[in-house]
Design a protein around this ligand. Structure first.
Ligand code: UGA
Length: 474
C-alpha cells in the first residue's frame, strides 16, 4: 500500500521505516528541514537500535522516501499523524502540531483520505480532528479518522513494531478497519521478512483489537499510566523494605510469580522518566479532571515518582555525610538503556540537585552524552566509566546500561578515592560487589548484602535485567 507518515521523531521514523520493511511504499515528512536533509542522506538523528539499517535499506529499495508534508499528503490515501504532543505547563497535551497538520491535510488533500492518529492523544481527539478537517475546507473530502496507538519502547522500538503483543485499531467505519487490517496483515500473519533475525524478543502473532476511536485513545493513556503506577508501587515497597530490612528484589519476584500481577515493571529505582510516562500520566490526570473524574490515584503515582530523586540524594548524603565538594561519578544519563534520549531523564534532575548541594560531577553515558550536554553544559563528561570514576568519592549508577555489568573491578578499585557504589537501578548482586572491595548501596535492599540468597551467586545478568525491565511479557 502507499502510506504517508507525518512526523519523523522516534515514533514517526520507526513507523515509516517498519511499514516500508513489511512491504509498503512509505513517504515520511517532517517540518524540520535539517532533519529531513539528514534522513534523505540515510542518517537518523537518534540512537535507536536497528533503525538506521532499516532506513538505509528501505531507502535504497525505493520503499521509503522523505520530503515535505504537502508531498506526503499527495502521496497516499493513508496518512499516519506522528507529530509530538508535548506537555503544556498545566499538564494538558499540546495538540497544536496535530491541528497544524490537520489544516494542511484539509487544504491539500484531493479525494478520500484515512487519517490515523498514532501520536499519544487525549480521548476524543479523533472527534476533534474530524471536525477540524471539515472546518478547514474538507467538507467535500471523503474522510475517515482512526486511532492506532503505538506501544513502542525506546531502545526496542523496531522489535516492538514488527513483533507487537497487540495492535489496537480504533475506527468508526468498515472502510477504515479494512484498510488498517490490510496495512498490518504482514505482521498479523507473520509473512514479512524480519531484519532482526534471531535477536527478536518475541515470537508468535499479535492480538488484534478493533474498537471505536475513543476507546483506542484511552487504551494508550490507560496502559502507560498503569505501568507508571506499577513502578511507583514497587518504589514505595522498596522504601518500606529499606526500613524493615527486607529485599525488594525478592518481594518483586514473589509478587511477579502471580500471573495476575506479572514480573514486568516491578524494578524499583530512581523513578520513571522519558518523554512518555511523565507527560502521559499528567495528561491522563487532566483528561479525567476535565471529565469530572478525580483520578487522585495517579497524582500519588506522580508524587511518588517525583520523590525518588530526593530519596536517592538522601541515600547518597547518608553515605557521604555531606555532599559539598564530593566528587561523584554518574554512570548513565539516558532515561533508560539503549537510547540517547534524556528528556525527563531522572539523571538531569539528580545532577542538578547534587550540584545545588555543591557536588563535583563527572558523568559518563555510552550514547546520551551529546544530548545531556545541551541540558547540562556545566559538568564534565568522560569517555568511559573508568575515567568518570577517577578520584570519585562515590560511583552512582543512574541508568542500567548492560556495559556496566562487565567491569574490571580491580582497575576500578585502583581509580576511586573511596570504594562506594550507589546503585539507583539495582544492577548488581550485593555479595559480589562487596567481595570486590566496594561498599554497595542499592534500592530497597540491605546495605550489607541481600536479605535472602539471590538466584545467581554471580552478578545478575544485566541483559536479563534490561529485558525484564522493558519486556511486558517477561
Ligand atoms: C513507554 C511504554 O513502555 C511503551 O509501551 C509506550 O509505547 C511508550 O512509553 C510511549 O508512550 O511511546 P518508554 O518510555 O520508551 O516506553 O520506556 P519504558 O521501558 O516503558 O520505561 C519508562 C521509564 O520507566 C524508564 O525511565 C525506566 O527506567 C522506568 N522503569 C521501567 C522503571 O523504573 N522500572 C521498571 O520496572 C520499568
Amino acid at each position: 500500500m502507499k502510506i504517508s507518515v507525518i512526523g519523523a521523531g522516534y515514533v514517526g521514523l520507526t513507523t515509516a521505516a517498519c511499514l516500508a520493511q513489511i512491504g509498503h511504499h512509505v513517504f515520511c515528512s517532517d517540518c524540520d528541514v535539517l532533519k529531513l536533509n539528514k534522513l534523505q542522506n540515510g542518517k537518523i538523528p537518534i540512537f535507536e537500535p536497528n533503525l538506521q539499517e532499516i532506513v538505509v535499506r528501505q531507502g535504497r529499495a525505493g520503499r521509503l522516501l522523505f520530503g515535505s508534508t504537502a508531498e506526503a499528503i499527495n502521496h497516499a490515501e493513508v496518512i499516519f499523524i506522528c507529530v509530538g504532543t508535548p506537555p503544556l505547563p498545566n499538564g494538558d497535551a499540546d495538540l497544536s502540531s496535530i491541528e497544524e497538520v490537520a489544516q494542511v491535510i484539509a487544504k491539500q488533500a484531493r479525494g478520500y483520505r484515512l487519517v490515523i492518529e498514532k501520536s499519544t492523544v487525549p480521548v476524543q481527539t479523533g472527534g476533534q480532528l474530524r471536525k477540524h478537517l471539515s472546518v478547514h475546507g474538507a467538507t467535500t473530502l471523503e474522510l475517515d479518522v482512526a486511532s492506532n496507538p503505538e506501544f513502542l519502547r525506546e531502545g526496542s522500538a523496531v522489535d516492538d513494531f514488527l513483533h507487537p503483543d497487540r495492535i489496537v485499531i480504533g475506527v468508526d467505519s468498515k472502510r477504515a478497519a479494512d484498510m488498517l487490517m490490510e496495512i498490518y496483515e504482514p505482521i498479523v500473519k507473520g509473512t514479512f521478512q524480519c531484519p532482526l533475525h534471531s535477536v527478536c524478543e518475541r515470537a508468535g502473532t499479535p492480538q488484534l483489537l478493533i474498537t471505536d476511536t475513543n476507546s483506542a485513545e484511552l487504551i494508550k493513556h490507560a496502559s502507560n499510566s498503569f505501568l507508571a503506577m506499577k513502578i511507583s508501587f514497587i518504589n514505595m515497597v522498596s522504601n518500606l523494605c529499606e526500613v524493615v530490612g527486607a529485599d525488594v528484589t525478592k518481594v518483586a519476584e514473589g509478587m511477579g510469580l502471580d500471573p495476575r500481577i506479572g514480573p514486568a515493571f516491578l524494578n524499583p529505582g530512581i523513578g520513571f522518566g522519558g518523554f512518555c510516562f511523565p507527560k502521559d500520566v499528567q495528561a491522563f490526570i487532566r483528561i479525567a479532571e476535565k471529565s469530572g473524574c478525580n483520578f487522585s490515584l495517579l497524582r500519588e503515582v506522580e508524587k511518588i515518582n517525583q520523590s525518588r530523586i530526593t530519596h536517592f540524594v538522601d541515600t547518597i548524603r547518608e553515605e557521604l555525610w555531606t555532599i559539598r565538594g564530593k566528587k561523584l561519578a554518574v554512570w548513565g544519563l539516558a532515561f533508560k538503556p539503549n537510547t540517547d534520549d534524556v528528556r525527563f531523564a531522572p539523571s538531569i534532575a539528580l545532577i542538578r540537585m547534587l550540584m545545588d548541594e555543591g557536588a563535583v560531577i563527572r558523568a559518563y553515558d555510552p550514547q546520551a552524552t551529546e544530548k545531556a550536554r545541551e541540558l547540562l553544559p556545566m559538568i564534565k563528561y568522560s569517555a568511559n566509566p573508568y575515567e568518570a570514576a577517577e578520584g570519585a568519592d562515590a560511583i552512582l549508577i543512574v541508568t542500567e546500561w548492560a556495559a556496566f555489568g562487565a567491569l574490571d573491578w580491580g582497575r576500578l578499585l585502583s581509580l576511586v578515592a573511596r570504594p562506594l557504589l550507589i546503585d539507583g537501578r539495582n544492577m548488581f548482586d550485593a555479595e559480589k560487589v562487596t567481595s570486590q572491595g566496594f561498599h554497595y548501596v542499592s534500592i530497597g535492599r540491605s546495605r550489607k548484602g541481600p536479605a535472602t540468597k539471590t538466584i545467581a551467586n554471580d552478578f545478575q545478568k544485566p541483559d536479563r535485567l534490561v529485558s525484564a525491565l522493558s519486556d511486558p511479557t517477561a
